[in-house]
Design a protein around this ligand. Structure first.
Ligand code: UDP
Ligand code: MG
Length: 340
């Protein structure tokens, strides 16, 4: 059909099922009214064009979504239901979906019909231009202005500045990923909105595409203003990972040394005042500053060393190399490769 979907991308997911092109991953939390429409629209858009599977991950719904999902998954071959034991949150639900997805390309979207499956072929076309991740941009977003759009605008701006990935809309669930990219990323907290940033850390090529967005037809949003706080905390984590992930000592060591050096210079100055000029230095705030600078410097330095140790454990325990290979080229044969 197109080069991306027919090319031999490697990875465990593909070898387990060489047939499957697309996995559509949808987190579901109390969306019983939307479910039938959702699955039908996705299927109608894709059937006959792609080999696809729909993976609905139930995130501990209590409104009958579970029973409906079970029924639907038993009666249709293109739907798999992954039922979580309790409500873990959207990110965990998506991570579970990724775990079961077998397609070479993974598409995520919301289960409330706010994203439109009609956009999927356009996302795929964009991915095929040579990107690893294509993120939807809800250009005309249909949500409450004050509680949703404004915080999201601010959050998008901050996230862009902090992560260095320039997107208009990080919160849009409608995204397309190459499966090997997803396999490289670990999800925690509310991190799903930072997938582009995580992907960027993993060296991915990222594009953005305006997509449709509809107002919620059934049920109600699971989020309010409280999410802004959690997103900001996760942003700190991302910033930390981006800055320190491979060489924490470069950062902590630098500040540690600078602090110790400044403290030492001040200490020498005070020593000169005391023994050279015979002045009393016992009541000088500078003396306290000197002590704090030297102590803080030593602490930062040791923290950097400890961080180096744990980062090694982090990479080695998971067999995660500190680099990502996009491709290995040998005697005219180009082969995409993951890492080793
Ligand atoms: N969701 C989930 N677990 C949760 C909260 C939400 O799986 O704890 C799902 C929800 O069913 C929907 C998607 O995540 O499919 C987005 O949620 P929602 O529409 O409430 O977010 P909004 O569009 O208002 O940002
Ligand atoms: Mg929604």
């Amino acid at each position: 059909m197109n080069t991306l979907l027919s090319s031999g991308l490697p990875g465990t997911l593909q070898s387990s099922n060489p047939e499957l092109e697309l996995s559509i991953v949808v987190p579901i939390y109390n969306e019983v009214e939307s479910l039938p429409h959702l699955v039908n629209t996705i299927a109608n858009t894709l059937v006959g064009q792609y080999r696809y599977e729909i993976i609905c991950v139930d995130d501990g719904s209590r409104d009958g979504s579970v029973e409906l999902l079970k029924d639907m998954a038993q009666s249709r071959s293109d739907l798999r239901a992954v039922l979580l034991r309790r409500n873990y949150g959207q990110t965990a639900a998506m991570a579970a979906g990724f775990r079961y997805a077998k397609g070479r390309v993974i598409i995520t979207l919301d289960g409330d019909l706010q994203n439109d499956p009609v956009d999927i072929p356009r996302l795929l076309a964009k991915l095929d231009e040579g990107y690893d991740l294509v993120s939807g941009w809800r250009k005309e977003r249909q949500d409450a202005a004050l509680t949703r759009l404004l915080p999201s605008k601010i959050a998008n701006w901050v996230i862009g500045r902090v992560t260095g990935v320039q997107l208009h809309d990080y919160g849009c669930s409608l995204k397309a990923y190459r499966s090997e990219l997803v396999a490289d990323m670990n999800l925690y907290g509310e991190l799903h909105r930072f997938l582009p940033a995580l992907a960027f850390i993993e060296g991915a090529r990222i594009a953005e595409l305006p997509v449709l967005h509809h107002a919620r037809r059934f049920g109600h949003s699971k989020y309010g203003l409280g999410r802004t706080f959690r997103v900001l905390m996760d942003l700190l984590t991302i910033y930390f990972m981006k800055t320190f992930l491979t060489r924490p000592m470069h950062v902590f060591g630098l500040f540690g040394l600078a602090s110790t050096a400044l403290g030492t210079v001040l200490g020498l100055y005070l020593t000169f005042l005391k023994f050279g000029l015979g002045q009393s230095i016992g009541d000088r705030p500078l003396l306290i500053l000197t002590g704090v600078l030297i102590l803080a410097g030593v602490q930062l330095f040791s923290f950097g060393l400890l961080a180096e140790l744990s980062i090694r454990t982090y990479h080695e325990s998971q067999g995660r190399p500190i680099y990502r290979v996009r491709e290995v080229v040998e005697s005219g044969v180009a082969e995409s490769n993951e890492s080793d």
